[in-house]
Write a protein that binds this ligand. Structure first.
Ligand code: AHG
Ligand code: MN
Ligand code: MN
Length: 354
């Protein structure tokens, strides 16, 4: 028989405290406030978390569900083949923000123009920018993919629906993060008070705090790049790669999903790079919903991000789907790549002035 007197002495505090540190509670704790702004951010994050759970659920059973995998046969605005999972995940984010009163506009990789939710406009004070499925080439082979998001405050009523207030630098983001669909589903976010990771506990249906105030090591062993593009890079990037090959202590890791590669670097250090190529001088990745949100996280975690010369957070977009080269990760690793780029620019400048 259980001795009630004795069992009450057992210290459950640690595990109960851990299991009740849910995402929405954490957001409120971070802001140390129950102000309307704090409530808004908490509600926004809860809805993003719901989107993450819905996408994770579909991915988990994708091989068993008809019409979950494969291509739609359409191309998106960037000329990339659209997968069924891209469309589903894009729609999930729209659905979770309906009737929210919070988000009037959503801008995503999969939509040429921002999507307006009429019932939330013009009062919706926030805009969601997102990449619904990052790394979609991994979807059909059951490897990790992610979703990337950023929240910006809507400035003005945007009556002409041109969303021009979005063409501002990364410092205008008030929250950013990603969801990684891997062996477990992990949500990483920042609202300007450090970077925090939550793991989805499927039995509770909640994201539970797993790591708080994550700091990227100042230097790391990993470089993450598609070396298949080697002959399409300019000399500086090729020289940098040759340097990595000749020096001990470096390892190459590349998953085909930026979110997964960045997640490794966030915890273990290193650098991810997607430089410009001859075919795509601005690289492949998009500023507003891929590189700027991750740059926000990198800086919050003590790392750095740039396009090779300018800090990513300072770059002002000229268009919604603008691409930009990306160098992101541990401060020293990013500085090393940048030094090769600087060196090439210097010698080009000198040659042109001889
Ligand atoms: P998306 O699936 O959203 O189009 O993004 C894919 C991105 C990124 O996740 C990844 O690092 C990179 O593209 C892979 O591109 P390559 O196949 O050219 O290396
Ligand atoms: Mn992507
Ligand atoms: Mn995508």
């Amino acid at each position: 028989m259980v001795d009630i007197e004795q069992s009450v002495d057992i210290d459950y505090d640690y595990s109960l405290d851990r299991d009740t540190t849910t995402l929405s509670r954490h957001v409120l704790q971070q802001l140390q406030s129950f102000s309307p702004d704090a409530q808004d951010l908490s509600a926004l994050m809860s809805r993003i978390a719901l989107a993450g759970k819905m996408i994770a659920r579909r991915l988990t059973r994708a091989g068993l569900v008809e019409d979950a995998l494969g291509f739609t046969g359409r191309q998106n605005v960037q000329g990339e083949d659209v997968k069924r999972m891209d469309v589903f995940a894009n729609q999930v984010f729209i659905s979770v923000f309906k009737q929210s009163g919070l988000v009037c506009r959503l801008a995503s990789e999969e939509m040429e123009e921002p999507y307006y939710i009429p019932e939330n406009c013009p009062l919706g004070r926030y805009t969601l920018l997102y990449d619904p499925i990052d790394g979609s080439s991994n979807v059909d082979i059951n490897l990790n993919v992610g979703s990337i998001f950023a929240i910006r405050r809507q400035e003005g009523e945007d009556l002409d629906r041109k969303a021009t207030d979005l063409f501002q630098d990364g410092h205008k983001q008030i929250a950013a993060g990603y969801i990684l669909y891997g062996p477990s589903t992990v949500l990483v976010y920042s609202i300007g008070n450090g970077v925090h990771a939550f793991t989805l506990d499927p039995s509770l249906g909640e994201f539970i705090l797993a790591a708080e105030n994550i700091q990227i090591p100042t230097h790391g062993p990993v470089y993450s790049v598609n070396e298949g593009n080697f002959w399409q890079w300019n000399d500086s990037i090729r020289d940098y790669l040759r340097y990595m090959h000749r020096h001990e202590g470096y390892a190459s890791r590349y998953s085909g999903a930026l979110v997964g590669d960045f997640h490794r670097i966030l915890f273990q250090g290193g650098v991810f790079l997607y430089p410009g190529t001859t075919k795509k001088p601005d690289g492949k990745l998009r500023l507003l919903y891929e590189t700027a949100p991750l740059a926000y996280l990198a800086e919050q975690a003590g790392g750095s991000a740039s396009d090779g010369t300018t800090p990513m957070m300072d770059i002002v977009p000229k268009e919604l789907h603008q691409r930009v080269p990306l160098f992101i990760g541990s401060r020293e690793n990013v500085e090393l790549v940048e030094s090769f780029i600087k060196e090439q620019k210097r010698s080009e400048f000198e040659a042109s002035h001889d």
